[in-house]
Ligand binder design. Structure first.
Ligand code: 13P
Length: 342
């Protein structure tokens, strides 16, 4: 079991590589498809994900892909199951295992993540189907009074229980506490909230005896809220995020792969670059596990039409490459000229 977890970690923490989150639930991908005029059917979702994953040489930059359960059971046009096809390309398949969010009673409509019941059995099944790693997402809305101590604790316990179960089943857990970007909060408020959230998450991980060497942290960046009148610069985001990671994340965690959380594609890349530019001596690999910041442009180009596949794949390849460079501190905004379609 240990060797298997070591092998998965070695692959996913490889410098210069990141993770593609392609695990949008059906309602979420339907919303994203509709926004660009694509009909959401079982086959259009399959074709879209096949387009992304068959991008030539994408394994140069992508070490793992998080799938939604529907995709885990689907086949590519060549008849091969998605997990099998990914492994052949040298990419590890992962699986989103949480069952979404519910209101946490006795809070101001804060949310907690569900899905622990029967999770052990589900993990064993997913592993048989080829999944090497998993994802569980907790969210924290920021206001003057939230997240509450109760929401922070309940979500930390959920993340830690999930992570321990994953490791017991030979699966590497991605632990994803997302401090939401929605709202008008300042970067200072986000700094304070993220510190409390990560502190609680690592306390719970310790209590549940989770092996930090065999997990991936997928946090949000420390950033100003979307509606904050003062927008933090990439340098400020990089500095604040690394400061909070240093305070809360033990160096035993091999890799931290950020979510993009509603930042533009270019912002998500520039912010990742700013962190990696800070020091060549950070204890963790700092990379990406983006959904929107990798997919927004290719999805717009594809639009459900086969003839757009090469152009959409070219765009996906470019974004993956730029984020790979950012994860090594080698990206500069001047590289954007040719890729932007905004
Ligand atoms: P975004 O990069 O679009 O935030 O998605 C990452 C993710 O996996 C959310 O759970």
């Amino acid at each position: 079991m240990m060797n298997e977890l070591d092998a998965t970690m070695a692959k996913l923490a490889e410098r210069g590589k990141g993770i593609l989150a392609a695990d949008e639930s059906t309602p979420t991908i339907t919303k994203r498809f509709e926004a660009v005029g694509i009909e959401s059917t079982e086959d259009s979702r399959r074709a879209y994900r096949e387009m992304l994953l068959t991008t030539p040489n994408i394994s140069d930059f992508i070490a793992g892909v998080i799938l939604y359960e529907e995709t885990l059971n689907q086949k590519m046009s060549n008849g091969m199951l998605f997990p099998e096809a990914l492994k052949k390309m040298g990419i590890l398949p992962g699986i989103k295992v949480d069952k979404g969010l519910v209101i946490l009673p006795n809070t101001k409509d804060e949310q907690v993540t569900q899905g622990l019941d029967g999770l052990g059995e589900r993990l064993a099944e997913y592993r048989k189907k080829g999944a090497c790693f998993a994802k569980w997402r907790a969210v924290y809305a920021v206001s003057a009074t939230t997240p509450s101590a109760l929401a922070i604790r309940a979500n930390a316990e959920g993340l830690a229980s999930y992570a321990a179960l994953c490791q017991a089943n030979g699966i590497v857990p991605i632990v994803e506490p997302e401090v939401l970007i929605d709202g008008d909060h300042t970067i200072e408020r986000c700094t304070e909230v993220t510190e409390s959230v990560l502190h609680a998450v690592f306390h719970s991980l310790f209590k549940h005896k989770v092996k930090l060497e065999h997990m991936i942290l997928k946090p949000s960046m420390v950033i100003s809220g979307k509606k904050c009148p003062v927008k933090a610069t990439a340098e400020q985001v990089g500095k604040a995020t690394v400061m909070i990671l240093k305070r809360t994340v033990p160096s035993a965690v091999p890799t931290v792969n950020f979510l993009s959380g509603g930042q533009s594609c270019e912002e998500a890349t520039a912010n990742l670059q700013a962190m990696n530019a800070l020091s060549p001596h950070l204890p963790w690999n700092l990379s990406f596990s983006y959904a929107r910041a990798l997919q927004d442009y290719p999805m717009k180009i594809w639009r459900g039409d086969k003839k757009n596949v090469p152009a959409a794949q070219k765009m996906f390849y470019e974004r993956a490459k730029l984020n790979s460079l950012a994860s090594q501190g080698k990206y500069s905004t001047s590289m954007e000229k040719e890729t932007s379609i905004a």
